[in-house]
Structures are given as C-alpha cells and as structure tokens.
Ligand binder design. Structure first.
Ligand code: SAM
Length: 268
C-alpha cells in the first residue's frame, strides 16, 4: 500500500554502503539480458550513446567497449559516485526529471529501472525519443511489479508470509516516492505514441533461491529502506528473519518480470 507521505525523490541512495551490493546484484541479473537487447544493429561501432541513470556503470562500460575508439558514451545520473570516466566514456551529473537531454543526436539511449521511479516518466520518455539521431534506438527496461512475488519453496508458512509482507511494504515505500509499479506495461504504447517504429518488447523472469545474487537484492533493498520499514511497524527481529530467509537454500521465489522495450526513430 502507498505510504501516506508523498516524497517524489528517488528512494535509494547510490552513495550508501548497501548500494554497492544492490547495484552489483542488479547488474549480475540484468546485464546479460540487456546486452543481448543492445546487440547490433542497436549498438554498433562508432555509435554515440547515452546511458540514463547509469547507477554502477556496467552497461555504460559495455557500451564503451562496443562503440570503440570512434564512438562516445555519456553516462548520467543524479548521483555519479559509482561512475568512472574512461577514454570514450564521459560521466556527468544530470537530473533527467528537470534538465533537458544533454544532446539531440544519440544513436542509442538506454534507461534501466529509472523511469519506473520518476513521476514525470511519460514526459521523460518523449524527451528521450526526441534526443535520438535519425535511425537511433531507445531502449527502456523496467520491472513489472504488479503481480505478487510467487514464493516457490519456503521453510514454513510463516516465513513465506513474512516475505510477502516485507516485499509489499517495500513496494509501498517506493510508490510513496512516486514509483509506478505498472509502468513497465505502458512503455510499449508510450514509445509508439512518441513516434518510434519497430517497437518490440520481451520479458524475463526466473527463480531465485535463498543465497543467490538475485535473492540478495531483496536484502539490500531492505537495508536501504530499513528506517522506513521500521517506521511502517516492522520490528528489527522481523527484518533479521526476512534477511535470514533470503540466505536460506530452502527458500525460492520468482523474480519480478523484467520488461525490455525498444523502438527506433526512423525519419518520415
Ligand atoms: C535502480 S537504479 C538502476 C541503475 C542502473 N540503471 C542499472 O540498471 O543497473 C536507478 C538509478 O537511477 C538514478 N536516478 C534516480 N533518479 C534520477 C534522476 N532524476 N535523474 C537521473 N538519474 C536518476 C539513481 O541514482 C540510480 O542510479
């Protein structure tokens, strides 16, 4: 359920110690999927790319390798503390909610798990589409958080119930910060409305056993949101039990559906 107070600032903090395992776990799960979606003809040598909300920077680094010395990658984020520039990779602090795109001729713009959090997501998607070069690609990837997480195995019923309660509360906190849990389902239509062509969407979900890097995401998220979970009425003991469960090999849960949508700006 949404929390009472609306604070549309991004709910997590890249500078926090817990952000390192959080961003690494996201990258371990998602980078192989993302890099398949960015494979040629989407990402090609010499391309000019913009990675929006680059987080830990792994996709931006993958792009910089793929575009080579004649290409250029710009990685932007409101918090660049985890990003490092290299020969063809520039890093810039940029708020995609309030600032215009940092260019208007990108061959590829990619945003993963960013627009979901931002109330201005529809306007931002239009702005990203407008910053593409002719024949450029926009790739937007999000979690669809509408369906309850399906617990596959649990040591007991109480553990499964606690998992559902804590993960629901974390989604409520994110909604209270302006996240739209169903936005992933709208991206395809929004890209089409923005005038992009050849729009296509694929989804991916997988099981995460206790102790896996995927399951650790729920633990790092709960650490990042700890004060809000305590304020929502969970006890420290319940949060400890939740984290212990996520390391228990007897536990397994389905991941959220990861939805990857891309479209191309073909001149009329
Ligand atoms: C869930 S993380 C995803 C990081 C990365 N895209 C990935 O998938 O590994 C969301 C990222 O969006 C960034 N972000 C949040 N609000 C933003 C804004 N208004 N402008 C730019 N970046 C933003 C956060 O700082 C964070 O790095």
């Amino acid at each position: 359920m949404p929390t009472e107070t609306i604070d549309s600032d991004y709910a997590f903090d890249n500078a926090a110690a817990e952000a390192v395992p959080q961003l690494r776990a996201l990258e371990a799960f998602l980078d192989p999927i993302t890099m398949r979606r960015l494979a040629p003809p989407v990402l090609t040598p010499s391309a000019r790319c913009w990675e929006v909300g680059a987080g830990g920077g792994s996709v931006a680094r993958g792009m910089s390798w793929a575009v080579g010395a004649d290409g250029r990658v710009l990685a932007t984020d409101i918090d660049t503390s985890r990003l490092f520039a290299s020969a063809n990779l520039d890093v810039r602090r940029h708020d995609v909610r309030t600032e215009p795109p940092p260019g208007d001729a990108f061959d590829l713009i990619h945003a993963r798990l960013v627009l979901l959090h931002l109330p201005e997501r529809r306007h931002i998607l239009r702005a990203l589409a407008g910053a593409l070069a002719p024949c450029g690609w926009l790739v937007v990837e999000e979690f669809d958080c509408t369906a309850p997480l399906r617990v596959l195995t649990a040591p007991n019923d109480d553990a499964a119930k606690l998992f559902g309660q804590v993960t629901d509360a974390m989604l409520g906190i994110l909604q209270g910060h302006g996240a739209d849990l169903a936005w992933a389902q709208d991206v395809h239509a929004e890209m089409t409305l923005a005038g992009l062509t050849d729009v296509d969407t694929v989804t991916h979900a997988e099981s995460w056993a206790g102790g896996s890097s995927g399951a650790s995401l729920y633990e790092t998220n709960s650490r990042q949101l700890e004060s809000k979970l305590l304020a929502a009425g969970f006890s420290a003991g319940q949060l400890d039990a939740f984290r212990k469960l996520l390391r228990d090999p007897a536990f397994a849960v389905m991941s959220y559906q990861f939805v990857s949508t891309r479209g191309q700006h073909l001149p009329a």
